[in-house]
Ligand binder design. Sequence first.
Ligand SMILES: Cc1cc2nc3c(=O)[nH]c(=O)nc-3n(C[C@H](O)[C@H](O)[C@H](O)COP(=O)(O)OP(=O)(O)OC[C@H]3O[C@@H](n4cnc5c(N)ncnc54)[C@H](O)[C@@H]3O)c2cc1C
Length: 327
Amino acid sequence: MRLITPSFTSNAYGMMDLNAVALKTSPAYTLGTEHPTGLEYAQYLQVVSQYRKLPVQTGVDVSEVIPENDGFRLIHSGGELRSRYVIWAAGEFQYPKLDSFSGAEYGVHSSLFSSWTAVQGDECVIIGGYESGVDAAIHLSKLGKKVTVIDRNSRGLSKGSSDPSVELSPYTKDRLRTEMVHERIHLIQGYEVKWLEPEETEGYALYCENEFGDSHLIKTAQAPVLATGFQGSLHLIEHLIERNKEGQLQLGAADESTITSGLFVTGPQVLHDHLQFCFIYKFRQRFAVVAKAIGERLGLDLTPLDIYRQEGMFLDDLSCCGEDCTC
Ligand SMILES: Cc1cc2nc3c(=O)[nH]c(=O)nc-3n(C[C@H](O)[C@H](O)[C@H](O)COP(=O)(O)OP(=O)(O)OC[C@H]3O[C@@H](n4cnc5c(N)ncnc54)[C@H](O)[C@@H]3O)c2cc1C
């Protein structure tokens, strides 16, 4: 798996590398590649944290965040920690969504494969056709397997929204186009999987339906790959955050919980109305907003944040975002 967002050494001309998380850094420069693997990107993060002398403690699993009079108590695998403020940045990847439909437990979530060579047989069904599902399809097709991808939306190679939070990235479209030539990838678009169950003898059956009531009953010898997304880490602090009737996370103007003062959220789960900050180049622009809110309360000098505004890393006016491309 590689980052889909490209890295490029554009910093010197006022456009920071899309995958950089800190000022004056560029994964393209550090790693010399456009689409770093996870391991490569981890190297970049390590270099940045060492250079900035961040007090990172690894191997510490936080299980509970408890609000107290003057801050928070955190229960973790090594004991307890106290802090006046908490920034929740625990991401999504370790928390896959495993209950999207009836019988989902018979599938295997895409995040649980360390190599696509682990998929047996010569055919495979993938449920979910966004970035993870299509990435899996491309790799499995390259291994010579016939792949069926089922998705409730009609993304594929077509041109829809210009927001990469809902559309396949150009990097993925390029690779899909190249691989489709071999006619091993079959996209079933606009269909939602309703149930999956094991067959009496061997294999699995799954049923999917579109909005007009048309349906497919698909039989497959292998357990389908679930590329159905991530539940995310917020469930660990669910009682400390607010959601609206549609289940969307509600945050204050500085990404602070609306019901727990001093608890902030950063990363791909940040959401304001229809704006999803699920890519690095989006959510990195909110770090300084959180820093300002905490800095103000601590009475700190905020001038070090000026450079963040100059460098496009301080997005506090959201009216600029969400525009569609015109052509
Ligand atoms: C499959 C996939 C592909 C993606 N590709 C891209 C891409 O190409 N470009 C892009 O911009 N974005 C991409 N994203 C979005 C992605 O979420 C972010 O880019 C990025 O990984 C989020 O960074 P983060 O630091 O907020 O969370 P993460 O990278 O998920 O890091 C969270 C950290 O918190 C730790 N943690 C979790 N729970 C606990 C706990 N309870 N206690 C202590 N520590 C904990 C984890 O160990 C981890 O180190 C992708 C996401 C996924 C799932």
